[in-house]
Design a protein around this ligand. Structure first.
Ligand code: UDP
Length: 141
């Protein structure tokens, strides 16, 4: 199995619900180690840049509005198959379709406010970690 790093975000809805600790427990119980973390309140420019791959999509403005609506918690997770493992823990993008027991099924209200973000592949993981933790030497543990 490949030791990987992935970028995870606890979005404004879940931060407002005070479930950071519960979500962190799920990462830790699944063998994903939190090796970097910071809270941020994104500017519109940062949110637009982070989600620029979606800029032509109809939901782009609503997504940016939501991501700047309150503070977010950003972390780097490390572990075997961390990228897929985190996506499994998150559940489907639409919480109505997410499997029981996933983060989105348990904590998200709808597809616009769906509690968490997770990188979807090795290239995006590398780019997203660099976006939020630029020039920071991250340590495995
Ligand atoms: N999104 C949305 N409406 C849609 C599809 C996506 O609001 O119809 C938002 C949603 O917050 C999602 C984000 O855009 O998490 C990024 O979409 P993606 O398809 O990359 O889903 P994810 O990787 O987050 O599951």
């Amino acid at each position: 199995m490949a030791l990987e790093r992935t970028l995870s975000i606890i979005k404004p809805d879940a931060v407002a619900k005070d479930v950071i600790g519960q979500i962190y427990s799920r990462f830790e119980n699944a063998g994903l180690k939190i090796i970097a973390a910071r809270m941020a309140h994104l500017s519109r420019e940062q949110a637009e840049q982070f989600y620029s791959v979606h800029k032509e999509r109809p939901f782009f403005k609503a997504l940016v509005d939501f991501m700047v609506s309150g503070p977010i918690m950003i972390q780097v997770l490390e572990g075997d198959n961390a990228i897929a493992k985190n996506r499994d823990l998150m559940g489907a993008t639409d919480p109505q379709k997410a499997d029981k027991g996933t983060i989105r099924a348990d904590f998200a209200d709808n597809i616009d406010a769906n509690a968490v973000h997770g990188s979807d592949g090795p290239d995006t993981a590398r780019a997203e970690i660099g976006f939020f933790f630029p020039g920071i030497n991250l340590h495995s543990r």
